[in-house]
Design a protein around this ligand. Structure first.
Ligand code: C2E
Ligand code: CA
Ligand code: CA
Ligand code: CA
Length: 278
């Protein structure tokens, strides 16, 4: 039994090493990913549930790794946050997303908005406002077409510092939404402290809403909170017609999910705009 234990230990030790080796290799590659032009943006439609119209897109980053293929955020965002590389990546995402939104405007879809995810790490250097303005200016995009998606934990962290940066950003017309709403801390006091546009109902609630009364009730509660604070609601992860129907009945304003489309490369997204908005 003793020998077995030792072997088991060796086995875990080896497995751990490979894991950290992999992280190390990925880390080295990630450092060059922006320079080597390996990042890609995919776009998922946001649809107005009252009118059925496509009103914008959320930009979601991918990494076209030379050996490993197309990596999704689960494979590298956490690592990028730990090492601070998310700042460069996030700045690239902002620039690319604004450029693409402007391209859709020039193609005749002047009202489309673009939403970009922000990491809390992007608030630590005090350069976010400058980077956002740079992205807007380079693209020739008005700030009112850019929406920044924030997490609950970000607003609860160093709230004073974050609040200052958000109000600086607001002066350029950009708006803010809370991502994955309902999964973070239940301190609701912060909602009225920040000037927010919308709450995004986390997809875990939408996924279960047809089977679980409890999840349905959470969605109803979130819509009520949003309504009483004058915020819009966005349901994430809508996959089928029944979910869409129920959320529309409940008065949810916007929706996102595979029901309309997975995140798409820019070209395919342009075709989707045509298909939905004509
Ligand atoms: P998120 O912001 O909550 O984005 C929604 C995620 O749900 C996306 O995964 C999207 O592909 C997926 N999704 C959308 N509709 C459906 C659906 O109907 N069913 C299911 N099962 N999934 C759906 P993705 O693209 O893998 O992104 C994962 C997370 O990575 C994002 O979650 C976001 O937190 C983060 N992320 C993505 N891009 C960026 C970025 O540029 N910067 C930062 N900081 N984080 C990013
Ligand atoms: Ca998001
Ligand atoms: Ca706006
Ligand atoms: Ca989300």
């Amino acid at each position: 039994a003793k020998a077995d234990g030792k072997n088991l230990y060796r086995f875990f030790d080896a497995a751990m090493n490979t894991l950290s080796d992999q992280r190390f290799v990925l880390l080295k590659d990630l450092r060059k990913a922006v320079k080597k032009d390996e990042l890609r943006l995919y776009y998922q439609p946001k649809v107005n549930l009252h009118t059925g119209e496509l009103v914008g897109a959320e930009a979601l980053v991918r990494w076209q790794h030379p050996e490993r293929g197309l990596l999704t955020p689960v494979d590298f965002i956490e690592l990028a946050e730990e090492t601070g590389q998310i700042v460069d990546i996030g700045n690239w995402v902002l620039r690319e997303a604004c450029k693409q939104c402007k391209a859709w405007h020039l193609a005749g879809h002047e009202n489309l908005e673009i939403a970009v995810n922000l990491s809390s790490v992007q608030f630590t250097r005090g350069t976010l406002e400058k980077e956002v303005v740079k992205a807007l200016t380079q693209a020739g995009l008005e700030g009112c077409h850019l929406e920044l998606e924030l997490t609950e934990s970000l607003l609860l962290g160093d709230a004073e510092n974050v609040r200052c940066q958000l109000s600086d950003l607001r002066r350029h017309g950009v708006s803010f939404s809370i991502d994955d709403f309902g999964t973070g801390y239940s301190n609701l006091g912060y909602l009225s402290k920040f000037h927010l546009e919308s709450l995004k109902i986390d997809q875990s609630f939408v996924r279960k809403m047809l089977d679980s009364k409890q999840d349905l009730n959470i969605i109803i509660a979130i819509i009520n909170i949003a309504n009483s604070l004058g915020l819009a609601t966005v349901a994430e992860g809508i996959e089928d017609a029944l979910e869409l129907e129920r959320l529309t009945e409940l008065g949810c304003d916007l929706g996102q999910g595979y029901y309309w489309s997975k995140p798409l490369a820019a070209e395919a997204f342009s075709e989707l705009i045509q298909r939905i908005n004509g």
